[in-house]
Design a protein around this ligand. Structure first.
Ligand SMILES: CC(C)(COP(=O)(O)OP(=O)(O)OC[C@H]1O[C@@H](n2cnc3c(N)ncnc32)[C@H](O)[C@@H]1OP(=O)(O)O)[C@@H](O)C(=O)NCCC(=O)NCCSC(=O)Cc1ccccc1
Length: 136
């Protein structure tokens, strides 16, 4: 049987943007993305949707770390600093592990540890058990 990390590798859109899951623990996950030329918008900074995708996959990892299928029902992102190159990291913490409507906060930082964006999302936890044995 697969791990949660392998299960989430099937997220093809996140893979296309170069998002990699680094760590998954119950209630916590960390992901990263290398900002390259192709991530930049007309203003020369990382496109907001790319940062959203990074945060969304980190959300998926933490929200599903209890092995019950959990989908995002609402999400918000605030962009605080531009990202122009190098790695950006997403640290996702399940602030409220509600059995049905969990709430997750994701902080995105750059290589210097400066805060780039904050993403929050509420999930909807279904009864469906995920076909995963371990988290990673
Ligand atoms: C899953 C669920 C939320 C619930 O489905 P079911 O279990 O079949 O139950 P049902 O549809 O019966 O609903 C129960 C009740 O809840 C209500 N309700 C629903 N939404 C809302 C709302 N926003 N606000 C308020 N209420 C809402 C609904 O009307 C109903 O009310 P009722 O009992 O009749 O009074 C479904 O609506 C859905 O798929 N939504 C889209 C989610 C989606 O596409 N997310 C993005 C992709 S996921 C991602 O990015 C991360 C990821 C990646 C990889 C892996 C994993 C995660």
């Amino acid at each position: 049987m697969q791990t949660l990390k392998e299960f989430l590798r099937t997220d093809r859109f996140a893979s296309c943007t170069g998002v990699e899951l680094l760590e998954i623990k119950p209630g916590y996950a960390r992901a990263r993305m290398l900002v390259t030329e192709r991530h930049l918008n007309g203003g020369g900074v990382c496109q907001g949707g790319a940062l959203f995708t990074l945060a969304d996959l980190a959300f998926a990892a933490v929200a599903n770390s209890h092995r019950r299928l959990t989908l995002s029902v609402t999400a918000n992102i605030t962009f605080l600093r531009p990202a122009k190159s190098g790695y950006v990291y997403a640290d996702a913490a399940e602030v409220f592990n509600h059995h049905r409507i969990p709430f997750v906060e994701v902080k995105i930082t750059n290589e210097k540890g400066e805060l780039i964006a904050i993403f929050t999302s509420s999930g909807y936890r279904k009864e469906t058990e995920l076909p995963v044995e371990d988290l990673e």
